[in-house]
Design a binder for this molecule. Structure first.
Ligand SMILES: O=C(O)c1cc(=O)[nH]c(=O)n1[C@@H]1O[C@H](COP(=O)(O)O)[C@@H](O)[C@H]1O
Length: 251
C-alpha cells in the first residue's frame, strides 16, 4: 500500500457561512468514490472485497487502468457497482471525441477530461447515453505557485472559476475541483451540474502531495456531490472502517 510521506494535514476550513444544500442522493454511500490507485487488478479486487458493502463507487485511473483496470471497470459495472473512469483525456478534438465514444460502452458512470474548451467540446460530441463527463478544472495538487510555474497568469481560484463557467457553457455534466472552490463553483454552474472533490483528508491523516485539502465533514458543508478518496482508504489498516467513517461524515 502506498504510504503518505509528507506534510501533516492541517486542512482548509469550509468558508460557506451556512451549510450549502447538497443534491439529493438516495444512498449516502454513493457520495464516496474510492480511488483504486493500486498496482494490479488482484490488489484492487482484494481491496473491494475488504471494503464489502461499505462502498458502492470506485475510481480507476492511470495506475490500475494501464494494468488491466479497464476490463475490471466493465466487470465492476456489470456487478452493479458504479465506476468512475479517470482517464483525464486531453488531446486534439478528434482523438478526444473518439476516445470518449469508445469509453461510452464501458458501463462507467463518470469519465474525466481536462477542462480545456476544445477538449470539453469534443468530449460532449463523443458522449454516449449513461456516461457523464467530468471536467478537471485545476488539479488539487496545484497551488498558486504551481499554476504560475505552469505558465498560467491567474491564481488557482480564478482559473477554476473561469474553467467552471466554460464547462457549464459547453454542457459538461460535472466539475472536478477542490472542496475549497466548491461553493464558488456551485454559484457559477448552478444546481444541475455535479461537483466532485478529491483532496479529501479525514482529520489526522496526511495530505501527501495534495495542496488544496479539506475534511469530509467540511466538504459536506460546501455542497459537493461526491468526494474522491484514495490513500486514506487504500493505506488504512481497516479500509472498510475508514470508508464507513467517511460516509458517516458525509451523511
Ligand atoms: O480527477 C481526479 O480524480 C483528481 C483530480 C484532482 O484534481 N486531484 C486528484 O487527486 N484526483 C484524483 O483523486 C485521487 C486522490 O487520491 P488521494 O490523494 O490518495 O486521496 C487520485 O486518484 C487522483 O488522481
Amino acid at each position: 500500500m502506498p504510504a503518505l510521506t509528507s506534510r501533516a494535514f492541517r486542512g482548509i476550513a469550509a468558508t460557506t457561512p451556512k451549510d450549502a444544500p447538497m443534491t439529493e442522493i438516495a444512498d449516502p454511500r454513493d457520495r464516496l468514490i474510492v480511488a483504486l490507485d493500486l498496482p494490479s487488478v488482484q490488489a484492487a479486487e482484494g481491496l473491494i472485497d475488504r471494503i464489502g458493502d461499505a462502498a458502492t463507487f470506485y475510481k480507476i485511473g492511470y495506475q490500475l487502468g494501464y494494468a488491466g483496470g479497464l476490463a475490471l471497470a466493465e466487470r465492476l459495472a456489470a456487478r452493479g457497482l458504479k465506476v468512475f473512469l479517470d482517464l483525464k483525456l486531453h488531446d486534439i478534438g478528434n482523438t478526444v471525441e473518439e476516445g470518449v465514444r469508445s469509453a461510452s460502452g464501458s458501463g462507467a458512470t463518470f469519465l474525466t477530461v481536462h477542462a480545456y474548451p476544445q477538449t470539453m467540446r469534443a468530449a460532449v460530441r463523443g458522449r454516449g447515453a449513461g456516461l457523464k463527463i467530468l471536467a478537471v478544472t485545476v488539479l488539487t495538487s496545484y497551488d498558486d505557485a504551481d499554476a504560475a510555474e505552469a505558465g498560467y497568469g491567474l491564481p488557482v481560484a480564478e482559473l477554476v472559476a473561469k474553467r467552471a463557467a466554460q464547462a457549464a457553457e459547453i454542457g459538461i455534466d460535472g466539475l472536478v475541483c477542490s472542496a475549497a472552490e466548491a461553493g464558488s463553483v456551485r454559484r457559477i454552474v448552478g444546481p444541475d451540474r455535479l461537483i466532485v472533490t478529491p483532496g479529501i483528508r479525514p482529520a489526522g491523516t496526511e495530505a501527501g502531495d495534495q495542496k488544496r485539502v479539506m475534511t469530509p465533514g467540511d466538504a459536506r458543508k460546501v455542497g459537493i456531490d461526491h468526494v474522491v478518496v484514495g490513500r486514506p482508504i487504500t493505506g488504512a489498516a481497516d479500509p472498510r472502517a475508514e470508508a464507513q467513517a467517511i460516509v458517516a461524515e458525509l451523511a
